[in-house]
Design a protein around this ligand. Structure first.
Ligand SMILES: [Zn+2]
Length: 117
């Protein structure tokens, strides 16, 4: 099996981070997932109830993006400190196939299935 291509993973992660940050800023949020100002919903959302519903939905999307972004940033951090590809729980290799398919994986399949069940 070929070793993990760290450079490829890093550039994929960096690209993903940029995309997520861009999506967050388009939703009016900063890198911490916090709204940077009042959203301008325009006249279409003059109804306060509709504006609140829209805001709740937007917050949900932002939250998902934020969770994803945290995973990407953590993975970049693991590349930088040299622990990339190892399970954060047990320290075993996560597996090249798994890490290439999903570079944000932080746990091996065993630990992942144990903690998520
Ligand atoms: Zn593990």
């Amino acid at each position: 099996m070929a070793p993990i291509d760290i450079d490829k993973s890093l550039s994929a992660l960096t690209e993903e981070r940029e995309t997520l940050l861009h999506q967050l800023s388009e939703l009016g949020a900063d890198a911490r997932g916090e709204l940077t100002g009042d959203m301008d919903y325009g006249d279409a959302f003059a109804d306060a109830g509709a504006a609140t519903a829209e805001r709740t939905e937007t917050m949900g999307i932002i939250e998902n993006l934020k969770v994803h972004l945290d995973g990407v940033i953590a993975a970049i951090g693991r590349i930088e400190d040299g622990s990339f590809g190892r399970c954060t729980e047990c320290g075993k290799n996560i597996g090249d196939d798994r890490i290439e398919y999903r570079p944000t994986s932080s746990k091996c399949i065993d630990c992942k299935s144990r903690t998520s069940s």
